[in-house]
Design a protein around this ligand. Structure first.
Ligand code: DOR
Ligand code: ZN
Length: 337
């Protein structure tokens, strides 16, 4: 049986820059119709010039693939309404990182004082620019996301017209928060649907599964699966595919990030198939995102998958993908635009 996915979207993607961009961008542009591109370059994307030239570098890395990079800025509480008005048409979202919480986030927000954020967040509400958030405190690593829920609630209450995306949620507490606030939405990664902390550190340490937020407990994964497999209208697929060179992962001081772009649709198809919820896959990987992000237009593209074994390469360039060397059940057999 052939499975067809229309306009698949990855609503949270790291493409990097330079040679790495050239290696990984085509692996997303091949199978996805578009993706929200994270701004945590060094230095982060904070100006119109940086955003436009990064988009040009992405476009020149993907040949003639049908793929829209939806650009983001790195959140700064100094962005004024005038600045946001001038850049609104170029961007899809603004990404907020707590300072120092993950790769290249040193210039992020510390303290979460609502008055310090108000001018920028009011302007974003008015201009209908969504706010994407990496929601972790600097507390104990397993509790960071659950502790951040109170900050999501503070923001959702103070800025009721702002669309707030809880990025890469990993806990049942975040899943529960979704239904308490009209303006809270979430992305869920492939890896957090597939693994728990046991897979990362329960046996020999698996650096290629180490990421932020760290994978959590089985009951957390269950909560994520429940909403994803159900096609819950407030959740969407965002891979958080985050490539690092093999030697930065297999080293003392392992970089955080799981690289999943080239295997994501194959594994999602298997997961939804095995749970007899295939009819919800389209919602999770495209339709929900198009309703939540009212400001995107998605090019025509359809991906066909069939139950034909696909052995994942050990490496793409210098990056090791999730499930390297393993055989997956589904293969992409056709891409139509
Ligand atoms: O594991 C992660 N890697 N989490 C993030 O939030 C950032 C990402 C990266 O950029 O490498
Ligand atoms: Zn990310």
């Amino acid at each position: 049986m052939a499975i067809i996915i229309n306009k698949p979207l990855d609503m949270h993607l790291h493409l990097r820059d330079g040679d790495m961009l050239k290696t990984v961008a085509p692996l997303s542009s091949k199978s996805f119709a578009g993706a929200i591109i994270m701004p945590n370059l060094v230095p982060p994307v904070t100006t119109r010039e940086e955003l436009v030239s990064y988009r040009d570098r992405i476009k020149s890395s993907i040949g003639d693939d049908t793929f829209t990079p939806y650009m983001t800025l790195f959140f700064k509480p100094t962005y004024t309404k005038e600045f946001l008005e001038s850049i609104k048409d170029e961007l899809t979202s603004i990404k907020l990182y707590p300072a120092g919480i993950t790769t290249n986030s040193e210039g992020g927000v510390s303290g979460f004082n609502v008055e310090e954020l108000r001018e920028t967040l009011d302007a974003m509400s008015e201009l209908e620019i969504p706010l994407s958030i990496h929601g972790e405190t600097n507390g104990f690593v397993m509790d960071r996301e659950a502790e951040f829920v109170s900050i999501y609630e503070m923001l959702a209450t103070n800025f009721p017209k702002l669309t707030i995306i809880m990025e890469h949620i990993t806990t049942k507490e975040s899943v529960e928060a979704l239904d308490r606030f009209n303006n809270l939405y979430a992305t869920i990664t492939l890896h957090h649907l597939m693994i728990t902390l046991d897979d990362v550190a329960g046996g020999m340490l698996q650096p290629h599964l180490f990421c932020k937020p760290i994978a959590k407990r089985p009951e957390d994964r269950e909560a994520l699966r429940r909403v994803a497999l159900d096609g819950h209208p407030k959740v969407m697929f965002g891979s958080d595919s985050a490539p690092h060179p093999q030697d930065a992962k297999e080293s003392c001081g392992c970089a955080a990030g799981v690289f999943t772009s080239p295997i994501a649709l194959q594994v999602l198809t298997q997961l939804f198939m095995e749970n007899s919820t295939l009819e919800k896959l389209q919602d999770f990987v495209s339709n929900n995102a198009q309703k939540i992000y009212k400001n995107i237009s998605v090019p025509k593209k359809s991906i066909t998958l069939e139950k034909i074994p696909f052995t994942v390469p050990n490496r793409y360039g210098i990056v090791v993908p999730m499930y390297a060397g393993e055989t997956l059940a589904y293969t992409i057999t056709k891409i139509e635009r």
